[in-house]
Design a protein around this ligand. Sequence first.
Ligand code: UFG
Length: 334
Amino acid sequence: MNILVTGGAGFIGSHTCVELLQNGYEVIILDNYYNSSPDAVKAIEKITGKSVKTYETDMLDKDGVEQVFAENNIDAVIHFAGLKAVGESVQKPMFYYHTNLEGTINIIEAMERHQVKKFVFSSSATVYGMNNPSPYVEGMPLSATNPYGWTKLMIEQMLCDACVAHPDWHVALLRYFNPIGAHASGLIGEKPNGIPNNLMPYITMVAAGKLDHLNIFGGDYDTPDGTGVRDYIHVCDLAVGHIKALDKLDQIQGARAFNLGTGVGYSVLDIVHAFEKANNLKIPYEITDRRPGDLPSYFADTTRAYQELGFKTQHSLEDMCRSSWNFVKHLYQQ
Ligand code: UFG
């Protein structure tokens, strides 16, 4: 089976490409390397010993997208490409709407032209908005609080509508919780880009001595230790979730949402302490003000992904912390 992976050189995309190749799928990557690099493709090839056909193409380039579909007999698309920084999306909303929505429309229209009927979408737990209690269940009402979140929600809606128009399409909407960790080889992972916004890239930069301490955003939440609680999932588990979804796509009628999380919430302090223990390092931190827009606590209900996809996470928090540092440590040794 030939799988087109948009954004295949990115953090989650690259781990999913490895998993696909190791499960006998052929992979075609479309990536403009906006937030990634061809090195990730080389690393995917090194890990798997297989070669990957790659197009340096922007999904906003309609002709370029058409060329990828015309030159390959694509059976399914896994769509990761898109902008993902929450804060930046508030500053540049049109950039986010234009890129994420228009890019996805170009992919969907190419699928229509080439009769590709299977699609796996990289969605986010952010579509549960601010008002649902945890654990989040797929059938809960959805909303968004920033342009990035709205693009995820709007794309989910676009795909539901596409499935009404095309009753023979099979679409999985995978709602990720907080992916961290890296491949055991240390060759692919999340590259800190400037000053990171997300917790684990920030911690690894502190560990590397590039930043002097971690700011913990809020110590007075109504959580066991006062710091924010999230459902952290190892990126290699997340990658497996995509294979499980692909394998079951035939049985999915229309568009169906699945949470990909562990179902367990950890606080920021839990992560800091687990990271220190796993890597025998100290992470200096300060508790500062809450970050606007952050929720105190949320985590996934994993029942549907388990029952319908047979998806169950395997990696521990210790694994997530050790592999995250293993990847970043390699970067600074080069
Ligand atoms: N945090 C800190 N200090 C930091 C960074 C984060 O204390 O320097 C805390 C946050 O306040 C939060 C937790 O660490 O409690 C996790 O924060 P992240 O920024 O790593 O992740 P978020 O849960 O805020 O965001 C994630 C994804 C987004 C997605 C969002 C909502 O990164 O893409 O979940 O689902 F939109």
